[in-house]
Write a new protein. Sequence first.
Length: 223
Amino acid sequence: MWKTPVLIVNFKLYASGVGESALKLARILDKIHQEREISVVVAVNPLDAYRIKKEVSIPVILQHADAVDFGAHTGRINVDLAKEYNLDGLLINHSERTLKIEDIDFLIQKSKELDLISVVCANNFRVAGALAFLEPNFIAMEPPELIGGDISVSTARPEAIVETIEAVKSVRSIPVLVGAGIKNGEDVKKAIELGAEGVLVASGVVKAKDPERVVNDLVDGMM
Ligand code: G3P
């Protein structure tokens, strides 16, 4: 398990989050992890994952995997492949890649079996509570309407953070992360004060002119 609080940076499919740019950004995040001794994880494109994993010491996870075993599947990526390439885990059910509950369960159980970390996303507290029964390592709540915007979940929906933590903890003791619109250390600080054990960030870092400055500011909010 990763030490908390944890900062997960989702590179998505931003042009600045793939290929050489992805490697450069992952190296910056690795450096900040070492300098500030904070848990940092990168969620990257599958084509970049293998190379990034070889170049950095921080955990590298997939943004998605398909709920299938090895076999006759075309254009799919599974959890076994993530394991084979020495990756550390996966995001499951991100708002931009939602899955049916049976597939979420398959991916969580398969991750456990292969000793990979599962971070399951939920769009609200009810879904978060329901997903807690599946016992992922982390539950990440992101209100979809705030993703990619400038107003953070901490500012716009503080009650949603509290409700999610209550819903999850009433089922299992699973750490809750939050994301959507997080741009600065103040947003992170508020989320942590409300009980979150980490944050997921994408656009604020991946599209930033100076990602190193932004990430150091985010980390200030975690200290
Ligand atoms: O996975 C994190 C992501 O959905 C949050 O995106 O751009 O609002 O930080 P963003």
